[in-house]
Design a protein around this ligand. Structure first.
Ligand SMILES: Nc1ncnc2c1ncn2[C@@H]1O[C@H](COP(=O)(O)OP(=O)(O)OP(=O)(O)O)[C@@H](O)[C@H]1O
Ligand SMILES: [Mg+2]
Length: 306
């Protein structure tokens, strides 16, 4: 197959013309991607949110030259490998991205769910496993579509831009993937791709990196540290967000204040009708609720019967 690089020539601009980029099409877990093999041997899967920003996404400009590490800001509050990277070369306005190394098939650390347990039962905590990047984007896009639950409730989230499969083959011990988790992820994507002419697979020996847009603001913990929120407000807000998420058919197994971004305004926080508008930012452990799964199954059954 001919290798295509979308990043040189006019496709490197940011704007409507970037929508005309080539690359092959793929659909994984209900999400459409344009797929690009880079000369280094990596593969980039770009979502519809990433396409208008294609000029920024060339892995040679942020991953292969290790720029996300040398210039990015490491986010140290979480347990994963997460960087904030500011890029300004393709537009006057700088753009901030989140570069996050996928932890799929690794064991979930025991302390990951310790900060807030109000909405999650023990069983859910027991089965917690990191989604593979395609599953993560699939469930997140479904959440963003918001087809279930109250129609006047919308959950804002960071936008998923692209998944990058790195070119270098890594040793198993470096990736830390557990064989049983890995087998399951491989089987699931194979089943999802069964009808596809050019199926997308997961490479068990490669690092996967996910790119999201940065949500400007402060997480709830930072808002407390900045004196914009009191400690007493943390639990009720975190709990309200969990309930709203659940009403829309989803839950995040490690839901916590650090995953909720609010926006400073004046000398306080932006409020609407007394409530804080928020965006959610961590979906490694996102799940559909039993109610939503039931609804989806019923819909599939009735579609098959009609
Ligand atoms: N897209 C984003 N927009 C704004 N802030 C972000 C974004 N992504 C990460 N952050 C900041 O970086 C911190 C760590 O990010 P994130 O929660 O994704 O890491 P993690 O390693 O998965 O954390 P955890 O151990 O809680 O799973 C967040 O608490 C938040 O303050
Ligand atoms: Mg996380």
């Amino acid at each position: 197959m001919q290798k295509q690089t979308p990043f040189s020539s006019s496709a490197a601009s940011v704007g409507p013309s970037a929508m005309c980029v080539p690359g092959r099409a793929a659909r994984v877990y209900g999400v459409d991607y344009r797929v690009f093999d880079d000369p280094a041997g990596g593969t980039l899967y770009v979502t519809r949110y990433g396409l208008p920003l294609i000029g920024y996404l060339d892995p040679a400009g942020w991953y292969l030259n290790r720029r996300y590490i040398t210039e990015g800001q490491r986010m140290t509050t979480g347990t994963g490998t997460v960087y904030r990277l500011r890029m300004r070369e393709h537009a006057e306005r700088p753009l901030d991205f989140v570069v996050k190394v996928s932890r799929f098939a690794q064991d979930v650390p025991l302390d990951i769910r310790s900060t807030f347990d109000g909405a999650i039962d023990e069983q859910a905590a027991e089965r917690a496993r990191f989604l593979d990047p395609f599953q993560e984007f699939g469930v997140l896009m479904d959440l963003r579509r918001g087809r279930f639950g109250p129609s006047d409730l919308r959950i804002c989230t960071k936008r998923p831009l692209a998944i990058y499969r790195a070119p270098v083959v890594e040793a198993d011990w470096r990736l830390g993937r557990k064989a049983s988790h890995l087998d399951r992820a491989l089987r699931e994507i194979e089943a999802d791709q069964a009808a596809s002419e050019q199926p997308v697979s997961l490479a068990s020996d490669r690092v996967y990196v996910v790119l999201f847009h940065w949500v400007h603001g402060l997480d709830l913990q930072e808002a407390v540290e900045a004196g914009l929120l009191t400690v007493d407000e943390l639990d009720p807000i975190t709990s309200r967000v969990a309930h709203e998420l659940r009403a829309k058919g989803f839950m995040v197994l490690d839901h916590k204040p650090q995953h909720i971004i609010v926006r400073p305004a004046g000398d306080g926080l932006l409020r609407r009708g007394g409530l804080l508008p928020y965006a959610l930012i961590d979906f490694e452990l996102l799940e559909r609720t039993a109610e939503y799964q039931h609804h989806l199954r019923a819909r599939r059954r009735s579609a098959a019967g009609s």
